[in-house]
Ligand binder design. Structure first.
Ligand SMILES: Cc1cc2nc3c(=O)[nH]c(=O)nc-3n(C[C@H](O)[C@H](O)[C@H](O)COP(=O)(O)OP(=O)(O)OC[C@H]3O[C@@H](n4cnc5c(N)ncnc54)[C@H](O)[C@@H]3O)c2cc1C
Length: 438
C-alpha cells in the first residue's frame, strides 16, 4: 500500500464508526503499542459518546447496566464501581450514564482518540492489493476514495429502529406521527395521560417506569408474559468458557441459544419492581399479552386494539400515545455500508445476520494479514454479548492482538502498559470528581 502526499490518508488500521465500540478498539490498539497516527477512525461524531447518549436520553436511562468488564479502561481493573469509589469515596454506589460518559471521555483524551478521527461517513469498504500486499480502500457514499488501511474494523452500531408494521404505518399519519414513537426517540409522558408501551425487553421496562414516574397510566403490550431482556444477566455466556462453548455450536444454534438466554433473564431492578407493583395496586399499570393490530386517531389522541394471545381482542383502547420498545432491525442489509459489503462479497448469513467467524472476521474477505472484522450489534453470531460494553471490549482486544501479530509490531512492555493504564485511571478519576454523583 503506497500513499503519495496528495493521496487520501493511509494507516495500518481504520475503524469505521465513531461510537463506544470504536473508542474501545482505538484504546485497545493504543494500549498494545500502536501510535494514534497508526489508526484512523472514520466517524460521524468526534465525541464517541454522542450516539450512546442520544439513545440513553431517548429511553430516559440514567443508570448503566454494568458488567465488571464493561468499561473503557484498557485493563480489566478497576471496575466502574471501584473507579467511582476512588473518585468519590464510599462503596461506589450505582454507575450512572454520566459516570460512563465521563470515563469514556477521559480515556478518549488520554489515548489521543480525537487525533485519529477523520470526520466522514463511510459508504463502502473494498478489498485491494498492490506490491506491498493486501489492504482496503474506504469510499464515501458517492464512491470517492477517503482512506486506505491494511486492517478494518466495522463498528457502525445498530441498524435502523425496528417497528411493528402497524406502528410504522401509523407514523405516516399526520395526527399520529408525534404520538407513536420509538423508545430511543426523545419523548415526554404527560401526567394523567395513558400510554401503550409495546415490547418486553429492558427498554420496555424502562419505559413502563418512565411513564408511571411521570404520573401517567401504562398499558404494557408484549407477546409473552414472562421475562425481559437484561444486558448483564447471562454472565456465564459472556466469559471466556461461555464464549468458546457458544462458538462451538452452529451459527443458527448460537442465535437460538442467545434468544433463549436473553428471554429467560430478568431486567427489573428492585426499585422498578416496587414502582410497578404499586402502580398495579393503584390501577395505573395493566399488561396485555398479545399483538397490537390496529392504530388510528382517536378522541384522546390514539385508539388502538390488540389481539390477545389467548384469543379474542382488547377492543378499543383509548390512549394518549404509543411507545414502541421493539429494538433495532437485525438485518445488516438495511445498513448501507453492510448492504454494499453483502452485495459485493456475498458473505454467509444466518437468517438475516452475518455469519461472522469466531474472531468476528467477515468470511471470504477477512485475511490473517489484512483483517476485516465487524463488532457490535451485527456481530452477535460470533460473540453473544457483542452489543454490550463488555462484548465490544472483548472484540476490540481480540482485534488489537490480531493486528499486532499481523503487523509484527512488538507489543508495549508490561511496565509501559501499567503506566498507560495508570494514566487512564487518573484521568477517569479526575473527570468523575467533576461529574455530579447520580
Ligand atoms: C438505550 C441504550 C442503552 C444501552 N445501555 C447499555 C448499558 O447500560 N450497558 C451496556 O453494556 N450496553 C448498553 N447498550 C448497548 C451498547 O453498549 C451501546 O449501544 C453502545 O453504544 C454500542 O456501541 P457501538 O460502537 O456499537 O455503537 P454506537 O455507540 O451507536 O456508535 C456507532 C457510531 O457509528 C457511526 N456510524 C454509523 N455508520 C457509519 C458509517 N457508515 N461511517 C461512519 N460512521 C458511522 C454512528 O454515527 C455512531 O456514532 C445500550 C444501548 C442502548 C440503545
Amino acid at each position: 500500500m503506497a500513499a503519495s502526499p496528495a493521496a487520501p490518508p493511509a494507516a495500518r488500521v481504520a475503524i469505521v464508526g465513531g461510537g463506544l465500540g470504536a473508542l474501545l478498539a482505538h484504546s485497545a490498539l493504543r494500549f498494545l503499542g500502536l501510535d494514534a497516527g497508526d489508526v484512523l477512525v472514520f466517524a460521524e461524531h468526534a465525541d464517541p459518546v454522542t450516539t450512546y447518549r442520544a439513545h440513553a436520553w431517548g429511553v430516559g436511562q440514567t443508570v448503566v447496566q454494568t458488567d465488571p468488564l464493561g468499561h473503557f479502561l484498557p485493563a480489566d481493573w478497576p471496575t466502574p464501581r471501584v473507579l467511582n469509589a476512588l473518585a468519590r469515596g464510599g462503596s461506589g454506589g450505582t454507575v450512572s450514564v454520566a459516570d460512563m460518559v465521563a470515563q469514556a471521555r477521559a480515556v478518549a483524551r488520554r489515548s489521543g482518540y480525537a487525533g485519529s478521527v477523520v470526520p466522514a461517513r463511510v459508504g463502502e469498504v473494498v478489498r485491494a492489493r498492490d506490491a506491498h500486499g493486501a489492504y482496503f480502500g474506504l469510499y464515501d457514499e458517492n464512491g470517492a476514495l477517503m482512506g486506505l488501511a491494511r486492517h478494518v474494523l466495522v463498528a457502525v452500531g445498530h441498524g435502523p429502529q425496528a417497528l411493528p408494521e402497524v406502528l410504522s404505518a401509523a407514523r405516516t399519519h399526520p395526527l399520529l406521527r408525534d404520538r407513536v414513537v420509538h423508545a430511543y426517540e426523545p419523548k415526554r409522558y404527560a401526567a394523567g395521560g395513558r400510554y401503550i408501551v409495546v415490547g418486553g425487553g429492558l427498554a420496555a421496562v424502562n419505559e413502563w417506569v418512565n411513564c408511571l414516574d411521570a404520573g401517567a397510566e401504562c398499558i404494557a403490550v408484549q407477546r409473552t408474559a414472562a421475562g425481559q431482556e437484561d444486558l448483564t444477566a447471562p454472565r456465564c455466556l459472556f466469559e471466556a468458557l461461555g464464549i468458546d462453548a457458544y462458538q462451538g455450536v452452529s451459527a443458527p444454534d448460537r442465535l437460538r441459544v442467545r434468544q433463549r438466554v436473553l428471554r429467560s433473564a430478568t431486567a427489573a431492578s428492585t426499585g422498578w419492581h416496587r414502582r410497578i407493583s404499586e402502580a398495579i395496586a393503584a390501577g395505573r399499570f395493566r399488561e396485555v399479552v398479545g399483538e397490537i393490530t390496529r392504530v388510528a386517531p382517536g378522541g384522546e389522541g390514539v385508539v388502538a386494539a390488540c389481539d390477545l394471545r389467548g384469543g379474542g381482542s382488547t377492543g378499543d383502547l383509548h390512549v394518549t400515545g404509543i411507545t414502541s420498545a421493539t429494538g433495532f432491525d437485525p438485518d445488516p442489509a438495511h445498513v448501507p455500508l453492510l448492504a454494499r459489503l453483502i452485495a459485493r462479497y456475498a458473505p454467509p448469513r444466518v437468517g438475516p445476520r452475518l455469519a461472522l467467524a469466531p474472531n468476528c472476521g467477515v468470511p471470504g474477505v477477512d485475511m490473517p494479514d489484512s483483517r476485516l472484522c465487524v463488532t457490535g450489534f451485527h456481530a452477535v453470531v460470533a460473540v453473544p454479548h457483542a452489543d454490550t460494553l463488555a462484548g465490544l471490549k472483548y472484540v476490540a482486544r481480540r482485534f488489537a492482538e490480531d493486528v499486532m501479530r499481523a503487523e509484527g509490531t512488538p507489543r508495549r512492555g508490561p511496565l509501559g502498559r501499567v503506566r498507560a493504564q495508570a494514566a487512564c485511571v487518573r484521568a477517569a478519576v479526575d473527570e468523575l470528581r467533576r461529574t455530579p454523583a447520580a
